[in-house]
Design a protein around this ligand. Sequence first.
Ligand code: NDP
Length: 486
Amino acid sequence: MSELRPITPNPLEYASSLESTAILRLRDNYDLFIDGRFVPAQTGRRFVTSNPATDASIATVAEAEAADVDDAVRAARRAQAAWAARSGATRGKFLFRIARLLQERAREFAVLETLDGGKPIKESRDVDIPLAAAHFFYYAGWADKLEYVAPGRTVAPVGVCAQVIPWNFPLLMLAWKIAPALAAGNTVVLKPAETTPLTALLFAEVVEAAELPPGVVNIVTGAGQTGAALVAHPDVDKIAFTGSTAVGRNIAETIAGTGKRLTLELGGKAANIVFEDAALDQAVEGIVHAIFFNQGHVCCAGSRLLVQESVAPLVEAKLRDRLATLRVGDPLDKNTDLGAINSRRQLEKIRELYDVGVAEGAVPFQPACTLPSVGNWFAPTVFTGVAPSHRIAREEIFGPVLSVLTFRTPEEALTKANNTPYGLSAGVWSEKASKVLWMADRLRAGVVWANTFNRFDPGSPFGGYQESGFGREGGAAGLLPYLEVR
Ligand code: NDP
């Protein structure tokens, strides 16, 4: 096991290319969106949302408590029967309208997502926002075809849906939740994460502009307590949660015996498996994308690299060279590859697990890069010499930290890949389709990518096994949790 050393950064630096924030019409204060209107929290309480790249506060946001959540759920209940009674084609028209409005305001959404969450503008611009619009387009098409979701059976909406989403893909997770729910005739109350509430509130403006009936979409902002009040509300029929396994477990316990439906999309510790016969340069690009996309704040991130022993030194060397060219810095710069860590709390968690990795004897490599002096930053990191028993091989770090393990045979790769309590995603790199299919059949993961990683499509179901949760989002399968099939 050889220690990886930093190499000199490329002297040919890029000139900065900053995306302007002039397109935003930021307000100082944002309110809750309940029953088609923006209203302050009943207690008047607010919290600050700030830019993780600079620590500068952006705005204050209303903090919903149980009474506000109750108002939102009541509004959703009042609106539900009439929304379900509209024809599927009419609901579809509303969803198409939302999709088009998202496209029209895409730049504004992208800049706001980057400002509030720290992700590089090229990702919010090219991935988050277009995919969010694509989800609304996709489910708009399903709204008048629901009988084909379960042929020969009758389907009906489940009612009022409580949806709690995380901070890593704020608008995209909103789209994953709201689009299928509305297509199926449900109404929703959605709680965005405390650190990234702004694009959900901008989305509320889109809902207004699309002239959705009041109460069909309600947005309540706040912290974990707001989410807890929402999932515990007695008049909620279905809960959709994306976030940590700990909170997912807590929600499952809270609602046990209530009859509420539940889907959980939780964490992951995906294996990205590179065989010696893979196109190694492409694989290295895939490895980098798998773990450093969105600073590694990705539930399906390829955070465990399993590389065949015969090519491990070569792959590690190529990876080290590639890391030296990654640009870490201002998320609004169009050249930036890695932006800011979403919150101080998440940065501390990453630092803690980094220290654990060093203490366990793994060897870290970080390229020479200067991190900004304010804000939350962590350099891209690759740990080699990782053993399956190490905590950095088992626990979700949810940051730009890759753990490299090696294997000799496909069977060993499979055993190591499946040696996890999670089961959300995996990647296989090989020129042999038979080998890829053999692996894909045996990997216990909801999604298996072949010679690529982190590719998403609204028509493709996504979800996990074991501690990664249950239920599927995306595709026709993503409608089932929002339908009563009789
Ligand atoms: P959480 O699971 O705490 O947050 C996810 C969402 O749930 C947020 O909107 C949060 O609100 C809300 N929430 C928190 N507590 C409760 C509760 N008791 N009842 C209902 N809703 C609640 O994730 P964290 O932000 O704390 O991140 C911790 C770790 O979770 C990360 O390090 C990562 O490992 C994992 N994670 C996984 C994600 C995934 O996509 N699978 C996404 C995010 C995190 P608020 O943010 O306002 O506290």
